[in-house]
Design a protein. Structure first.
Length: 323
């Protein structure tokens, strides 16, 4: 489970905040560009997804069940207030506080679903996250007001026989929100959405490298916006990760990586050296932009020479997918 969550978290935060990790950076002014599932009125007007799905094979010789988890980021607006006055930026001593957009992790679980039930009828799991507000005081009159909108939709799981002891499982995510403009759509969106499916009593089949007898059935599986791969320990067939990023089977985070840099397709060493090369003013802005950016700054500054050297290069089996 730890290995699955590590790579799923890397997917979840892919693109969350990019180098140079500052609010003023042009590429951080239009965020949430990876794996978004938005309300249909907005999505259809802007060629974005309002529904995504993945299909994959499950082999079973008898009774089996499936559990599906939808994971996504939920946009949170962080507003700086001085008394009753909204502020873009506020200085208190050596600290700077800024208005920005953060995110909360959300997980929707299906619970265990028997394969027999799925073969009879699709199962729908509602997605319903209510709007909310939180207040964090950091001065006599200064505070953060964090707010988020409603996210509504569903997960639909179904299965059909695929021959030779296998069934084709389909997991679909639908956003049923009504927003039409981008800002509202982001607040109602399922950002970096992905599916983790687990089975008991069965074995998932690799979509990229199925056994020859199931090659035709695997080729008949369709995906849109999510691409399924086997996840977990190499050789494990109990878990599938269906992500908005194309991966190989059994991907893993590089063991040399000192922590998430929100861009798994880049090289940690280059990103870390870039952080270490920031000016004092750039570091102050990075720390004020986002708590997770501050963590990156502190982590990079605390790395030893041996830890930095370990990032220089490592020989690995080229058949293994390591982020």
């Amino acid at each position: 489970m730890d290995r699955v969550r590590a790579i799923a978290d890397a997917v979840l935060y892919e693109g969350y905040l990019l180098w140079p990790y500052r609010r003023s950076s042009l590429k951080n002014r239009r965020r949430w560009t990876i794996g978004g599932v938005y309300p249909r009125p907005y999505a259809e007007r802007n060629s974005d997804h309002w529904t995504v799905h993945a299909e994959f094979l499950l082999e079973t010789a008898g009774d089996a069940d499936i559990e599906v988890t939808l994971r996504f980021l939920h946009a949170v607006h962080r507003q700086v207030m001085d008394g009753d006055t909204p502020m873009d930026e506020l200085h208190a001593g050596e600290e700077t506080y800024t208005t920005w957009q953060e995110a909360r992790e959300r997980e929707i679980l299906s619970g265990r679903i028997s394969l027999g039930r799925l073969l009879r009828n699709p199962v729908r799991i509602p997605v319903s996250v209510p709007p909310g507000i939180e207040v964090e005081q950091f001065g006599e009159t200064a505070r953060f007001v964090r707010s988020w909108g409603r996210v509504a939709g569903r997960i639909e799981v179904s299965a059909v026989p695929a021959g030779d002891g296998a069934v084709r499982v389909r997991a679909e995510v639908v956003n049923s929100g009504k927003a039409e403009e981008r800002e509202d759509a982001v607040r109602a969106g399922m950002l970096c959405a992905h599916i983790v499916a687990r089975t008991g009593g069965g074995a998932f089949v690799s979509s990229a490298d199925p056994p020859e007898r199931l090659a035709e059935a695997a080729a008949g599986c369709g995906s849109d916006g999510l691409w399924p791969v086997l996840a977990g320990e190499p050789g494990d067939h109990e878990t599938v990760l269906a992500a908005p990023i194309v991966l190989y089977d059994w991907p893993q985070v590089s063991p040399e990586s000192p922590g998430d840099l929100f861009d798994g397709t880049e090289i940690d060493r280059l990103l870390i050296l870039s952080v270490l090369g920031l000016t004092d003013d750039e570091r102050r802005e990075m720390a004020a932009t986002d708590p997770k950016a501050r963590q990156i700054l502190e982590r990079c500054g605390a790395l030893s020479s041996d830890e930095l050297l370990a990032l220089h290069g490592t020989m690995r089996d080229p058949r293994r997918d390591v982020w």
